[in-house]
Design a protein around this ligand. Sequence first.
Ligand SMILES: NC(=O)c1ccc[n+]([C@@H]2O[C@H](COP(=O)([O-])OP(=O)(O)OC[C@H]3O[C@@H](n4cnc5c(N)ncnc54)[C@H](O)[C@@H]3O)[C@@H](O)[C@H]2O)c1
Length: 372
Amino acid sequence: MSHQDGHQQDPGRAPLRAAIVGTGAVAHLHAQAVEADPRIELVAVSNRSEARRTEFADRYGVPGRYATHTELLAAERLDLVILCTPPDLHRQQTLDAYAAGVHVLCEKPPALSLAELDDMQQAADAAGLAFAIVFQQRTGTAAAHVKHLLDSGALGRPLLAQCQTLWLRGDDYYAVDWRGTWDGEGGGTTLGHGIHQMDLLAHLLGDWAEVDARLWRVARDIEMEDVSTAVVRFANGVVAQAVSSVLSPREASVVRIDCELATVEVEHLYGHAGPNWRITPARGVAEDVAAGWAFPAEDEPSGHEPLVRAVVDALWAGEPMPDLVTHARRPLELVTAIYASATYGKPVTPSDLDGDERFRTSLQATITDIRP
Ligand SMILES: NC(=O)c1ccc[n+]([C@@H]2O[C@H](COP(=O)([O-])OP(=O)(O)OC[C@H]3O[C@@H](n4cnc5c(N)ncnc54)[C@H](O)[C@@H]3O)[C@@H](O)[C@H]2O)c1
C-alpha cells in the first residue's frame, strides 16, 4: 500500500486550500508534497519577482498569483500558508497569516531569534491556529523507529553523541543577496545548516542542559561563521560533540549515539532512509535481542512529503500538530546557546539564555577569524 492510499479524500469533502509564499528553491519540495496528498491543494503563490511566481505557478498549475503575501492573504480563502521566504521575513508573514485566520507551516529556521519565535508562538496560541515548522530530518520511518528504541530504553542508557554537518558552500551560494549577512540570514552555518542535525539529535535525546562552543571564520568571505564547534550536555546525561561546516569537500550529515547496548548512527546528506541507519550491538549483546531492533521492512525516507502529510493529518482530523512539526524552540535554543557561549567564552545553560536579552533578540556573535 502506498502512503497515500490510506488517505483517500472523502467524497464531498473539499480539499484544504494552501498557498506558498516565496517560490524559490525549497518551495518545489512543498509543491510536490502537496501534489502527493489529495486532501490538500495549492491554490495560490506569492513572490515579489513576477517571473519567478509565474514560472512556478505555471509548473504546478496554481491559479492564484500575487506579488506580496498581504495581497495573497487578502484575496484568498485559505486553510494553510507555507512560508518558503528568507528567514528574516518569517516572523511578520506568520503574524499576518494569523491575523487573516490561516494556519502556518514555516520553513527552517522559523525565526532569527528566540524573541521572534516566541512572538510567533504566542500569536498562534492567541488565534487558536497551528504553528508548524519544517525540520524534516525528524521524519521517515527509520528515525521514528530509532526514537522509539531510545525512548523505550531498548538500547540502554544513551551516553555519548556526535552530530556533524559537514557541507560545502562556495562563493556562488553566498552570492544570493540575503545570504552571508547577519541581517539576511541571521546566523552562519550553525543556524543555516547545522540546525538540521542538531534538531534531529535533540528530537532523539530531548532537552539540553549546557553548551560550550566556539565560532570560526576559516575561509569564506562572509559576516558570520563558516565553522562552529560545540560540546552539548543533554539533560538525560548524554555528552555530544557538534560541528557545523561549509568547508567540507566530502559532505556528510552524521548523527551517532553510543548507548550502553549499541551504537546507533545515520550518515546521509540532505535526507535519510533505512539503509542510511545502522545499529551496532555492544559486545556480549545476545543475537535475538539485537534482532529485535531491526528496522521496519516498509521504509519511507525522511523529507518534506511525510512532514506535509503529518500537518495535513492533523488539520484534516482537527487535532493538534504532532511532535514532528512542533518543538521549534529546542533547536533554536541550542543554536542560540552556541552563539552565546562562543561570544562569552564560557558554557551556557537554558536559564542563562532565558535571562539574556542580547541573545534572545539576535544571534550576532563574536567570530574568531583565523583566515590567513
Ligand atoms: N528544509 C530544508 O531542507 C531547506 C532547504 C533550503 C532552504 N530552506 C529554507 O527555506 C527558506 C527559503 O530558502 P530558499 O533556499 O528556497 O531561498 P530562495 O532564495 O531560493 O527563495 C526565496 C524566495 O522568496 C522570494 N521572496 C523574497 N521576499 C519575498 C516576499 N516578501 N514575498 C514573497 N516572496 C518573497 C524570493 O524572490 C525567492 O524566490 C529559508 O528559510 C531556508 O533556510 C530549507
